[in-house]
Design a binder for this molecule. Structure first.
Ligand SMILES: Nc1nc2c(ncn2[C@@H]2O[C@H](COP(=O)(O)OP(=O)(O)OP(=O)(O)O)[C@@H](O)[C@H]2O)c(=O)[nH]1
Ligand SMILES: [Mg+2]
Length: 407
């Protein structure tokens, strides 16, 4: 499978949530077009009721999910993430399930409509909704719920609206527009980690507890190895004994030596030794893991700055990269982690992990929009090859489920 195909699968949770939301939004206000939709007319009314809630405060952030509770009920039954049993027509709501009554083999009067429906549906009569303020508001809400953040969601919808108010849009068209906007925001930050001629290049990896630092180091080490680089890893998280073992396992998988020290050793002295070894061996890269969990921020700051101070004795330009690893499942929290770590360390680039299986993938768009820090790679699984370079178009398509050309 091409990597893009894989990315699409991995980002399924985010894209399917967006997908469902978009379908709802369009259906709510869909125009009656063609014979089939005439029959479905009654349903838009009960469903399109909820809007008033959202109207009074158009620009207010109003929390992540204002109008949805109202919009949800009518659609709730089919939402069942599981699969088979549900469609066995629940009793009351299926006003929309027009196809069901049809099979009754009544011949004459129904026939034209039925045939028109059978042949006309699907290709030609994709529901469309006229782009107006109410629809834009619903789009904003949907994007905010995908963790894109209020500011970014507003910007994206405003750009989509420009020159398109009053136009009738289908779900696939909206996805393409969204993907194009997202790709545009992400383009400037999509930069692989730079590789410098001077060696060893020191890469300090920081991030909160559990964000995926150690795993990312393992994946990076493996990829650099495969690219022909010689790599040394320093197990700078001496806070937890298990952390060293974990890194050793990754080092073995990647075929890369791991410098360790007993639990409780000063990570700075380990970093210094690792730097000495990397220089002596002529290694291309030294990847330094760090602890994410310390008693408090002050401790963390001191520990990181001591590591930096010590390796600078060996090379005044080190570390050449400081990668901040962020966990996508923390959603908006990732934004405050960037703020904090930018104050503690000289963050030069980001890696976003756990984009697989979260519906919060939109946070990466918010990060790009807010900070403009380079995004070097994304983690889409726990295996050694589940670290992908960040490609803005692929990401935008995978996040939105867009399949057409991006404008
Ligand atoms: N699904 C998924 N899981 C990931 C990904 N990256 C890391 N993980 C998992 O997240 C958990 C934490 O990863 P670690 O690499 O140990 O995180 P850490 O930042 O080193 O954590 P501390 O050492 O405790 O600070 C592990 O179970 C990893 O397998 C990813 O991209 N996708
Ligand atoms: Mg770790």
């Amino acid at each position: 499978m091409s990597f893009f195909g894989k990315l699409k699968d991995r980002l399924f949770t985010s894209s399917s949530k967006l997908d469902r939301g978009l379908e709802e939004i369009v259906e709510e206000g869909a125009e009656a077009t063609g014979p089939a939709e005439t029959a479905a007319e009654p349903s838009p009314e009960p469903v399109s009721e909820p809007a008033p809630e959202a109207r009074p405060e158009p620009s207010a952030p109003a929390g992540p999910r204002p109008a949805t509770p109202d919009a949800e009920p009518p659609v709730a039954p089919p939402v069942t993430p599981g699969m088979p049993a549900a469609p066995v027509t629940p009793p009351a709501p299926p006003v929309r399930e027009q196809p069901a009554p049809e099979p009754v083999p009544e011949p004459a009067p129904q026939k034209p409509g039925l045939i028109g429906r059978l042949f006309g549906r699907g290709e030609t009569a994709a529901p469309r909704r006229e782009l107006d303020d109410a629809m834009l508001e619903r789009l904003e809400e949907l994007l905010i719920q995908s963790d894109m953040g209020v500011e970014t969601a507003l910007r994206v919808t405003a750009n989509i609206a420009e020159g398109r108010m009053g136009r009738k849009l289908s779900v696939p068209e909206i996805k393409d527009l969204l993907a194009a906007e997202i790709a545009r925001i992400m383009e400037p930050v999509a930069k692989p980690m730079p590789i410098y001629a001077k060696t060893p290049q020191v890469v300090l990896v920081v991030g909160v507890n559990g964000s995926g630092k150690t795993t990312t180091i393992g994946k990076l080490a493996s990829q650099f190895r495969e690219a022909g680089k010689s790599v040394v890893i320093a197990a700078g998280d001496t806070f937890r004994a298990a952390a060293v073992e974990q890194l050793q396992i990754w080092g073995d998988r990647a075929g890369v030596p791991v410098m360790t020290a007993p639990q409780g050793t000063d990570p700075a002295s380990l970093a210094f030794d690792a730097m000495t070894k990397a220089q002596a061996e002529g290694a291309d890269l030294l990847l330094i893991d760090t602890a994410g969990r310390l008693q408090n921020r002050q401790d963390l700051m001191e520990e990181l700055s001591k590591i930096v101070r010590v390796i600078r004795k060996k090379d005044p330009d080190a570390p050449h990269n400081t990668l901040l690893v962020l966990d996508a499942t923390t959603g908006q929290n990732a934004l405050s982690q960037v703020e904090i770590f930018r104050n503690i360390a000289d963050v030069s680039g980001l890696v976003m992990t756990k984009l697989d299986g979260t519906a919060r993938g939109g946070v990466l768009v918010a990060l790009a929009d807010r900070f403009g820090l380079p995004i070097h790679a994304i983690g889409v699984g726990e295996q050694i090859d589940d670290l992908a370079p960040f490609d803005p178009e692929d990401f935008a398509r995978a996040l939105t489920g867009a399949e057409g050309e991006l404008a």
